[in-house]
Design a protein around this ligand. Structure first.
Ligand code: HDD
Length: 696
């Protein structure tokens, strides 16, 4: 090995070699000497210490012991729920002060950029599951505010399955793998989940949401987020206002279609994390608006449902969203484990000016998050881990414990005290004070009657969707229930759906092939059908016509028109989208003019499911050749069946034919790049759907 004394610019020499070692040049880069955890330089990282050349290993080999012991303990318990997650750093910038309602700096100091860390997740799957499972997405944000950490631990759906936290254990046990067999993984399409929810009518509204395309997002950058619960804001005078928090993605909302989701899970199980990582890495930060719905007791008292019931939304048409700032995720983590895995969100992390409501789901969460971190991170000092530590000063009398890293100084570890001047003291004027809500009532285990209507908002949600979205909800119920072996559970679920609307139940029953009358499950309160549809609940009704942040895939082969491909790439990049070339070989293809066009993907590794829209840029020979290549036929066929806009050169016809493409408004042939991109920006060709799959 060639040795060099040169120091890389970014690293101070004494840091790398201050222990007496030297820098080593390997493949042109300079590497510092390897040491063990205590700084002793390792001379040989390839062989254990042995008694003789072919003899047994020696226990004395402290390098090997330390290395292997560390490896043996690399894993920590994964989260019981939301195990699979992906995070990034960024900031929140307030654009509209809420000083009238809250005394929190983060909600009142316009223009200040508060650093934050956001972790997205799926709920049911284990750590190694796939990103595109049909599931709720966690949307947890840790704001490192000047007054302490504020964690807004939400989801991409504004309602929840249950009303009281005491049912959370049951919900999750029903949703996760069945305990005897240990499967299925990362899906609710099995008996125990549908058994539980069909016996738990309060979950019906949430079922409508999770059967919608919200649970198969195209990108983490393209989904909404919600604080779910009603929170309280408290101003300097101690007056409280209720608040619900909403995140709105700058790129607009978009989902994949179900068949695509199933295939993406095989083609790229890391689809969502790769997408977010790449986008930030390419200097394209992900951005959301933060908006609030603010309301007072008078509204709460007059609203049709209880604002403390987490299975209900307050339609935006009733309380409009007020946009107050933006979140920008612009920095990838340095180390996934240290940051994304060790981040510890706690619903109890609030700051003066932000407080809890009495929502019994929220109240129960306040305990659970603090508790779970002890098992996961193993020490009550987990808040000292950099990703969890506040970025404002903090001081208290908590001492010692496993993995204490703070040099806690002084004799005084108690309060009150008189021995040292600089010990921390309670601060009644500036400290967090709970809102002084008057309390009354008998101690009892009860569910308020105001939580009793489980079907009206489910009905409202379904009929607030576009026809396409309604069809997808029905299809999702059919898919999931078709995986339920126990017929009685399927029947009971149809009975719950009949409570939402007999027409929905009939459609699902038709798809399942379950004839005969559907018996509604007995319910205390029947669904109201007079609630006005809320278009804000639909994704397609508010979809943006844009290609920004999207992926365009272009299929080429030898003989393709190089100029056309280049022109397309330029136009796509100008629109803020990513252009990726797929060719039979990853090395690329030789264009008609003899020049090499390099590829980003080999055909089998770059299936069209990875792209939002595709262009087939083949020559006549290329198209003939690929029309007998299964991967190419599937590439075009999938794009067509997934309702994508397909652009193509006239010469690509043989492949289009082999793939069963039937001309429609979303098939732009003739090689017109502009016409293709104009149609592609409008999104999928929903009108094509009845031609490619049965709508029940
Ligand atoms: Fe929870 C994790 C969101 C109800 C108990 N939850 C967790 C995460 C999110 C949510 C986003 C992952 C945080 C991260 O990225 O580390 N949870 C919700 C929402 C809920 C909800 C939006 C309802 C509105 N959760 C809920 C209840 C309980 C829990 C009712 C228990 C009583 N949740 C947990 C937990 C987790 C968790 C077991 C697992 C890992 C963790 O906390 O840190 O404590």
């Amino acid at each position: 090995m060639k040795k060099s004394k040169q120091t890389p610019d970014a690293m101070p020499k004494d840091h790398l070699t201050g222990n007496g070692g030297e820098l080593h040049q390997v493949a042109g880069a300079l590497h510092p000497p390897m040491t063990n955890q205590t700084g002793t330089i390792v001379s040989d990282d390839e062989n254990q210490l042995k008694a003789g050349e072919r003899g047994p290993s020696l226990l004395e080999d402290f390098f090997y012991l330390e290395k292997t012991q560390h490896f043996d303990h690399e894993r920590i318990p994964e989260r019981v729920v939301h195990a699979r997650g992906f995070g990034a750093h960024g900031f929140f910038e307030l654009t509209d002060s809420l000083a009238e309602f809250s005394k929190a700096d983060v909600l009142t100091q316009v223009g200040v950029k508060t650093p934050l860390f956001t972790r997205f997740s799926t709920v049911a799957g284990n750590l190694g599951s796939s990103d595109l499972a049909r599931d709720v997405r966690g949307f947890a944000v840790k704001f490192y505010t000047s007054q302490g950490n504020w964690d807004l631990v939400g989801n991409n759906i504004p309602v929840f399955f249950i009303q009281d936290a005491i049912k959370f254990t049951d919900l999750i046990h029903a949703a996760k793998q069945e305990p005897d067999r240990g499967f299925p993984q990362a899906q609710t399409a099995h008996d125990t989940f549908w058994d539980f929810v069909s016996l738990t009518p309060e979950s019906t509204h949430m079922l409508m949401w999770i059967m919608s395309d919200r649970t198969i997002p195209r990108s983490l950058r393209m989904m909404e987020g919600f604080g779910v619960h009603t929170f309280r804001l408290v101003n300097a005078e101690g007056t409280s206002t209720f608040a619900k928090f909403h995140w709105r993605p700058k790129l607009g909302m978009q989902s994949v279609v179900w068949d695509e989701a199933l295939k993406i899970n095989g083609a790229d199980p890391d689809f969502h994390r790769r997408d977010l990582w790449n986008s930030i890495d390419e200097g394209k930060p992900a951005e959301w608006e933060l908006a609030v719905q603010l309301f007072d007791d008078a509204f709460a008292d007059s609203f049709d449902f209880d604002v403390l019931d987490a299975t209900k939304v307050i339609p935006e048409e009733l309380i409009p969203l007020r946009v107050i700032g933006r979140m920008v995720l612009d920095t990838n983590v340095t180390n996934h484990f240290a940051e994304t895995e060790q981040v510890a969100f706690r619903v109890s992390n609030v700051v003066p000016g932000i407080d809890f409501s009495n929502d019994p789901l929220l109240q129960g969460r306040i305990f659970s998050y603090v508790d779970t971190q002890l098992t996961r991170l193993g020490s009550s000092n987990y808040q000292q881990i950099p990703v969890n530590a506040p970025k404002c000063p903090f001081a208290n009398m908590q001492r010692d414990g496993h993995m204490q890293t703070l040099p806690q100084k002084g004799r005084v570890a108690y309060s009150p005290s008189s021995l040292e001047a600089d010990t921390p003291r309670q601060d009644p004027a500036n400290g967090f004070k709970s809102f002084a809500e008057a309390m009354q009532g008998e101690k009892a285990r009860v569910r308020s009657e105001s939580f009793g209507d489980h079907f009206s908002q489910a009905h409202q949600f379904f009929y607030s969707q576009t026809e396409t979205e309604q069809n997808h909800i029905v299809s999702a119920f059919i898919f999931e229930l078709s995986k339920v072996d126990t017929k009685a559970i399927r029947e009971r679920m149809l009975g719950q759906l009949a409570n939402v609307d007999p027409a929905i139940a009939t459609r699902v029953a038709a798809g399942l092939g379950m004839g005969g009358p559907i018996k509604p499950v007995a319910t205390g309160i029947a669904a109201r059908t007079d609630l006005k549809p809320s278009p804000a609940l639909s994704m397609l009704a508010k979809a943006k016509e844009t290609l920004e942040g999207r992926m365009v895939g272009c299929l080429i082969a030898d003989g393709s028109d190089g100029e056309l491909v280049l022109a397309l790439e330029t136009a796509v990049t100008k629109l803020g989208a990513n252009f990726k070339i797929v060719a039979p070989k990853v090395g690329g293809a030789v264009a008609a003019d003899g020049k090499l066009i390099e590829a980003d993907f080999q055909l089998a590794g770059g299936s069209s499911i990875l792209f939002d829209t595709v262009f087939v840029a083949l020559s006549e020979d290329g198209a003939k050749l690929l029309s007998t290549e299964a991967a190419a036929v599937a590439w075009v066929h999938d794009a067509y069946a997934h309702l994508k806009v397909i652009g193509a050169t006239a010469e690509s016809k043989p492949l289009m034919k082999a793939a069963g493409v039937v001309s429609d408004e979303g098939v732009v042939s003739g090689g017109d790049a502009d016409a293709y991109l104009t149609r592609a920006a409008k999104g999928r060709v929903w009108k094509r759907e009845p031609k490619v799959r049965t709508i029940y």
